[in-house]
Write a protein that binds this ligand. Structure first.
Ligand code: MG
Ligand code: MG
Length: 251
């Protein structure tokens, strides 16, 4: 028995609608990523954009989270709380947003450099993006969750980067976090079988240094244990009879 929720075509259409608003939101947010901007200012733009589209920011109030987005800078991996931190050239900003539209939920994240970043940071970012793209191709019927996990791990290892092991991708769509967990490491060919109608958030988190992380005193922000940079990309993907479909695109 598994607790994985299989969605109907109609439900997937609802998640796709939320995902489209989310993709547009992230595009709009990216325009705000610039030196001297605070993460709170960016979060306000995100919340306005989502509400103007007739949707709700899924994260706001989720387990008490105070904002509409998670904005994490440099050594912050995920779950950064928007606030007074000011962006400066060379920073790597991760913006993670959930959108709820008519009860359907999509989850997506991007990493965006502020001005010029070092070559190492560029490579970390590109590798994380490649890990996501490669992993999405594995989201097809007949494969297992381990095939997604292993692909992310292999792409990271090939470039000499570590993956974060304490936080996972996950099912999503009707609730923000559903079964199954999708680790960013582990052997291929294991874990739940992928079936038509599953909708999953795949989210590689790759670090320049150690893969180890710790939780800050705010009980939200996850940072790298060695304070080196981390990158994060995420899409919500449906497993369909025609292969994987990314639901968090502006198409
Ligand atoms: Mg997310
Ligand atoms: Mg997620």
């Amino acid at each position: 028995m598994s607790g994985i929720v299989i969605k109907s075509a109609k439900e997937i259409a609802g998640i796709r609608k939320a995902g489209r608003i989310l993709a547009q939101t992230l595009k709009r947010a990216a325009q705000e990523v610039a030196p001297r901007r605070t993460t709170k200012q960016i979060d306000e733009v995100i919340e306005d954009f989502i509400r103007s589209a007739g949707a709700e920011p899924t994260f706001k109030g989720y387990r008490g989270f105070p904002a509409s987005s998670c904005i994490s800078i440099n050594e912050e991996v995920i779950h950064g709380i928007p606030g007074d931190r000011v962006l400066k050239p060379g920073d790597l900003v991760k913006i993670d947003v959930g959108v709820t539209k008519d009860g359907f939920i999509a989850d997506s994240a991007v990493s965006i450099p502020v001005g010029e970043v070092t070559q190492d940071v560029m490579r970390l970012m590109e590798t994380t993006h490649n890990a996501l793209s490669s992993a999405i191709k594995e989201a097809k019927t007949g494969n297992r969750i381990g095939d997604i996990s292993n692909t992310i791990f292999e792409v990271a290892q090939n470039e000499g980067f570590e993956v974060v092991r304490d936080y996972f991708g996950h099912g999503t769509g009707l609730s923000l976090h559903e079964e199954p967990n999708i680790p960013n490491f582990g052997p291929a060919g294991v874990g739940p079988l992928l079936e038509q109608g599953m909708t999953i958030a795949i989210e590689p988190m790759l670090n320049l240094g150690t893969g180890k992380v710790k939780l800050l005193d705010d009980h939200w922000t996850v940072v790298t244990a060695d304070a080196k940079l981390s990158a994060h990309f995420e899409h919500t993907v449906a497993v369909t009879k025609n292969g994987p479909e990314i639901l968090t695109l502006d198409v």
